[in-house]
Structures are given as structure tokens and as C-alpha cells.
Design a protein around this ligand. Structure first.
Ligand code: 48F
Length: 269
């Protein structure tokens, strides 16, 4: 037997066609969604999983080529994260191995946690689109966020003048982390938009204080403008709560809460 004989018939152009056909079909399939999530960090990925499990058509748009946001790198590039008892079950459910600490927390390998949470979200039916930045939202006459506007991150990096495209969604979740990029777009472009915060706008995150940040994040995970829900660190930035560093229980719980809030809104609409 000649080594490599089973590789006969492989043609470069057929590989090209296969990629083009498959990706164009998959991209076309996410142009009309129940929920569009901006950002595939811990909170966005968890929200996607619970939304898909709840029967929603959901896609996550992540500007990087990798998912995981700040969870991927753990604390100061030591790829291990800490989670507390309340969120333990959410990682165990997807097969992440946890180690208890003397202080009563648990540690997880961040690469394992991100990979398994992402795989579970995809298995539940969520679509994860990478390399796409959410740069704008769509707002229609009823003063409601009704979709996202996306462009390739590569276009942004190259500084090219290329117009983005629109994706319709009944609900948009801002899971962009510290920037709260989507809430800020709404604040900038809709002068009369009033968020349920102390200032009526994005308050801005406070210095690191894990205990308070982790406590306040669930209450901050809300619909702040019709059709726009904030989760994860974006929720704390919007409401002016502290950041919390490499403890991730709050992010996971916030992602699940965002999915619950979104499913409630979908049920009412
Ligand atoms: O930053 P990130 O991990 O947000 P998170 O889910 O978790 C916060 C923690 O990482 C950490 C912490 C833990 O206590 O405080 O900071 O709230 O993930 C946000 C993701 O959104 C992407 C970004 O690349 C990252 O993967 N992202 C940000 N802006 C955009 C975006 C955008 N405009 N469009 C698409 N993706």
C-alpha cells in the first residue's frame, strides 16, 4: 500500500468551496435571532448556554478569534480561576474539575472551564461567531433595541472604510466586560435613553472589591433599556459597582440570570 494513497482526490478549490458554502449558510442562519449576545467571556457564554437550553435562537458575537474573555488568562496570566460555592454546580454540570481551597472556595483550570462551558453552549444549540465586533445597535421607531450591527475585527484593525451589516434580534445582551460597549453606544446615540442607574447613564466601574462586586452583580443584571440586558462586568460598569478580579462565580451567575431575564422578556413579547 502506498502511504498517502487515501489522500487522492483532494483538491484545493473544493476545500475552498466547502468552507465558503458552510460558513455562508451558517452566517445567514444567524441574521434573525431571538437573542444576540455581544462578547464571549464567561458571562456571555453562560448566558448563551441557558438561552439555548431554554429554546431561544441565540448567537454570540465575539471580536477576538478566541472565546473566554478575561477567564482565559486567569489571574496575572496564571490560568486558574476561583469560584465560590454558589456557582460550583454550574461548572460541575459541564464536567469542569474543581479543587477546594482552605478558604472554602474552589479553583478551576481556566482553559478547561472556558472550553467546557463553550462546548456545552454549542451543544445546547447556541451559535458562536468569532472575529466579529459589535460596533452598533439597531433601534427602530418603538425606541427598542432590535438588533446588532457587526463588522470583522480585521476591518477595524486595518482601519478600512467598510460598512458593517445588521443582525436582527428581539433582545441584545451586552456581555462586553469592563467597557460595557453596547450600553455606551445606546447612551451615545439615543440622547433621551434613560437607564435605571443613579445617573441615568453608564456610571462606570469602581475600584476592585471582590466581595461587593460579586454581591451586587446579580442585582445589576437587568434590562436597562427596552431590548437591552447587561451582564457580567458590563452590568457592574453600567451600575457603578466594583470590579472583582479573577473570581468568576459572579460572572457565571450573572450570565445565567441574564438568560432568565431574556427568556422572561421573550415570553412577554
Ligand atoms: O471581559 P470579559 O471576560 O467579560 P465578563 O464576562 O467577565 C469579566 C471577567 O473577565 C473579569 C472579571 C472577573 O471578576 O472582572 O474581568 O464580564 O469578556 C468580554 C468579551 O467581550 C468581547 C471581548 O473580546 C471579550 O471576549 N468584546 C468586547 N467588546 C466587544 C466584544 C464588541 N464590541 N463586540 C464583540 N465582542
Amino acid at each position: 500500500m502506498i502511504l498517502g494513497a487515501d489522500m487522492d482526490g483532494i483538491e484545493d478549490t473544493k476545500i475552498t468551496t466547502a468552507i465558503l458554502k458552510r460558513f455562508m449558510r451558517d452566517f445567514a442562519d444567524v441574521t434573525e435571532l431571538d437573542v444576540a449576545i455581544a462578547g464571549a467571556g464567561a458571562s456571555g457564554i453562560i448566558a448563551a448556554r441557558y438561552l439555548a437550553k431554554g429554546g431561544a435562537k441565540v448567537a454570540v458575537f465575539e471580536r477576538n478569534l478566541h472565546v473566554g474573555g478575561g477567564m482565559w488568562g486567569g489571574g496575572i496570566l496564571f490560568p486558574r480561576v476561583v469560584i465560590q460555592e454558589a456557582a460550583k454546580g454550574m461548572l460541575e454540570e459541564v464536567g469542569v474539575k474543581l479543587e477546594p481551597t482552605e478558604a472554602g472556595y474552589y479553583t478551576a483550570d481556566s482553559v478547561e472551564a472556558v472550553s467546557k462551558c463553550t462546548a456545552a453552549a454549542i451543544d445546547a444549540g447556541a451559535r458562536v461567531m468569532i472575529g466579529l465586533t459589535v460596533e452598533d445597535v439597531m433601534i427602530r421607531k418603538e425606541d427598542r433595541v432590535s438588533g446588532v450591527v457587526v463588522n470583522w475585527k480585521a476591518v477595524e484593525l486595518a482601519g478600512l472604510h467598510v460598512d458593517p451589516v445588521g443582525i436582527s434580534a428581539k433582545i441584545v445582551i451586552d456581555a462586553t466586560g469592563h467597557d460595557a460597549a453596547i450600553a455606551r453606544v445606546v447612551q451615545r446615540k439615543v440622547p433621551n435613553a434613560k437607564f435605571p442607574t443613579s445617573t441615568g447613564g453608564v456610571v462606570g466601574e469602581k475600584p476592585m472589591w471582590a466581595e461587593v462586586g460579586e454581591t451586587e452583580i446579580l442585582n445589576n443584571t437587568r434590562e436597562i433599556y427596552p431590548g437591552l440586558i447587561v451582564t457580567g462586568m458590563a452590568a457592574n460598569t453600567v451600575f457603578g459597582s466594583p470590579r472583582m478580579g479573577p473570581i468568576f462565580g459572579g460572572m457565571l451567575l450573572s450570565g445565567r440570570r441574564a438568560a432568565e431575564v431574556a427568556l422572561e422578556v421573550l415570553k412577554r413579547s
